[in-house]
Design a binder for this molecule. Structure first.
Ligand code: F42
Length: 330
């Protein structure tokens, strides 16, 4: 069965996000994910407020990284979030956003290895072990151990796009958060995830394959589409050539958008987004159109749909529409 999640970016005021998360909680969404970038508001402060104001929804960072936060610190924080939310915490972790890390002077060395090892450290700490990691490449714990009571089995979701990361996520994750909106990308991703699942002798049911989409729903298609132009412009400017090729998008047009964004000319960048770009990198439309597109993702093997930014021209209305006009079809 398809699960439904919603993502918020804490560039918006905490109060606003908490109110929207509380609405999603009351409307039976399964998950709320908060993105993590140091230049936005603090992910865990937002999550702890959400924990107070919600009662059934699962909540977590989507995603933290092992560069700006030591994995022992992540284990402690997620266990604390689990304490205060009566067992509703999930951990989303990935290698981190390269551009953001660059601006902090952090080198993205061996991002896959560092993420994989961090997950091992976190899992062992959450199992109550004292962790020493002399054999690890990127971490060097001597005698790390958590010193309070917590429930150990917090699900770990791995943010992954690249072939190796997807495979690693299939081997190690309780879920995979794939930043994509189109079935073509999921055919590619799920093949890689399955390789990992096989290698680890696991089964596909063990892994919640999550479409972390750029989402927009409205009563009119055009209104929904207009709201996704900004995120799609940023996606087009940052994805690699192979992904553009997969969707038949011209590299030159993508470069043009990148130049406009780099020059701070956002109006021009958003106006240059073409229909094939929007169709490739966003899930948008009327509730009926969204249902049809989500069913295509479900057929390709997706098990959780996360409505990510913008969600719709009006976030609150969009959350109500998802609950009333989309979720009942699944
Ligand atoms: N990043 C953030 O900073 N904050 C967020 O809130 C956030 C949310 C989010 C949600 C979903 C999602 O899927 C990603 C999200 N991200 C977020 C981005 C995330 O942190 C990563 O930047 C993103 O997922 C990119 O990951 P990727 O899967 O493309 O992996 C990178 C590291 C990559 O290059 N992978 C390659 C691959 O094939 O998978 C190669 C990796 C590899 O094998 N590396 C080797 C190693 O050991 O690390 C080294 C290889 C060598 O040659 O040295």
């Amino acid at each position: 069965m398809m699960r439904f999640g919603v993502e918020f970016v804490p560039e918006e005021p905490v109060e606003k996000i908490v109110n929207l998360a509380s609405l999603a909680d009351s409307l039976d969404f399964d998950n709320v994910w908060i993105t993590d970038h140091y230049n936005n508001r603090s992910v865990y402060i937002v999550l702890s407020k959400i924990a107070e104001k919600t009662s059934q929804i699962t909540l977590g960072p989507g995603v933290t990284n092992p560069y700006t936060v030591n994995p022992a610190e992540t284990a402690s924080t997620i266990a604390t979030l689990d304490n205060i939310s009566d067992g509703r915490a999930v951990l989303g972790i990935g290698p981190g956003d390269k551009t953001t890390l660059n601006s902090l002077g952090i080198e993205w060395d061996k991002p896959l290895t560092r993420t994989k090892e961090a997950i091992e450290v976190i899992e062992r700490l959450l199992a109550g072990e004292e962790v020493q990691c002399e054999q690890m490449d990127k971490h060097d714990m001597k005698r790390a151990k958590l010193n309070f009571e917590f429930k150990g089995d917090i699900p770990i979701y791995i943010g992954a796009q690249g072939p190796n990361m997807l495979k690693m996520a299939g081997e190690n994750g309780d879920g995979v958060l794939v930043n994509a909106s189109h079935p073509k990308d999921f055919h590619f991703a799920i093949d890689r995830i399955e390789e990992g699942i096989e290698e680890a002798n696991r089964s596909i049911e063990d892994v919640d394959i999550t479409a972390y989409t750029s989402f927009s729903v409205a009563e009119e298609t055009e209104k929904a589409k207009k709201a996704v132009l900004p995120p799609v412009a940023f996606i087009v400017a940052s994805v690699n050539e192979k992904i553009l090729e997969r969707h038949g998008i011209s590299f030159e047009k993508a470069e043009e958008i990148q130049k406009h964004l780099d020059g701070g000319d956002y109006g021009e960048a958003f106006a240059s987004v073409t229909d094939d770009m929007v169709d490739a990198f966003a899930l948008y439309g009327t509730p009926e159109e969204c249902v049809r597109k989500i069913k295509e993702l479900e057929d390709s093997g997706v098990t959780q749909l996360v409505s990510g930014s913008p969600i719709g021209p009006n976030k609150e209305e969009a959350i109500r529409m998802i609950s009333e006009e989309i979720i009942p079809s699944f």
